[in-house]
Design a protein around this ligand. Structure first.
Ligand SMILES: Cc1cc2nc3c(=O)[nH]c(=O)nc-3n(C[C@H](O)[C@H](O)[C@H](O)COP(=O)(O)O)c2cc1C
Length: 213
């Protein structure tokens, strides 16, 4: 079983990484394979809603979005981490998440996920809310912890001193490992995954109306 931890910060080893690192170590101690995927510090660019991904499941603009989607198909769980910028996820991470989930949401269905926010002072709860919405529109079981998933600090060193934040991170790791093991056991026991209902795409107009641009 493998979990990918996405670092959405422009800092490869900053505060967000400090939280993800704690989760990663916990997952590894639980026998789960891990990989950290850093989205980098180059401009990611947002989704333009062209619909080009519908046929391929990949974004027409490529880059880190498609690199990640290629890896996501084979992973069993995900942690998405972002620093707080103006009380929301940083712009690069927001663009990354829009394009990843618009192009490849099927890669996440029924796979456990958690979101982590890192900040100096305030805005982590709104950031976590924002990130969690990608998970809950994609049928991902959301892994929770003993506090909302946040770490405080301006540097990784400071964040590692956030004892409650680090405990929260470790409990995300323990809870995700437990859920993954439960799902594996359920599959072995023959519990079937829900097939899902056919799409209804109505724009609040009519009943089952499907319109394309
Ligand atoms: C553009 C920008 C906006 C920020 N907005 C906030 C904010 O709203 N609240 C806050 O506590 N920190 C804010 N910060 C500080 C970062 O959240 C903080 O430095 C965090 O530790 C960075 O994490 P990182 O090292 O993983 O990038 C902001 C930083 C930048 C660059």
């Amino acid at each position: 079983m493998k979990v990918i931890l996405v670092n959405g910060s422009p800092h490869e080893h900053g505060t967000t990484w400090a939280g993800l690192d704690e989760i990663e170590k916990t997952l590894q101690a639980e026998g789960i394979e891990t990989e950290v995927f850093w989205i980098g510090n180059k401009a990611v660019g947002g989704c333009v809603g062209c619909g080009g991904c519908e046929a391929t499941g990949r974004c027409v603009f490529g880059g880190v979005v498609n690199e990640f989607l290629d890896k996501a198909e084979g992973a069993d769980g995900f942690v998405f981490g972002a620093p707080v910028h103006y009380a929301g996820p940083n712009g690069n991470m927001k663009s990354f998440m829009d394009r990843v989930f618009y192009a490849g949401s099927s890669s996440f269905r029924l796979k456990p996920g958690a979101c982590v926010a890192a900040c100096r002072r305030a805005g982590v709860v709104t950031t976590m809310d924002d990130l969690n919405k990608y998970l809950t529109i994609s049928e991902m079981p959301v892994v929770s912890s003993t506090y909302w998933n946040m770490v405080f600090g301006f540097t990784a060193e400071e964040a590692k001193q956030d004892a409650e934040g680090m405990r929260t991170m470790r409990n995300i790791g323990h809870n995700m490992a437990y859920l993954l093991k439960c799902m594996e056991a359920a599959e072995k026991a023959g519990v079937e995954r829900p097939a899902g209902e056919p799409a209804a795409w109505t724009h609040f107009i009519g009943n089952g109306t499907v319109s394309k641009r």
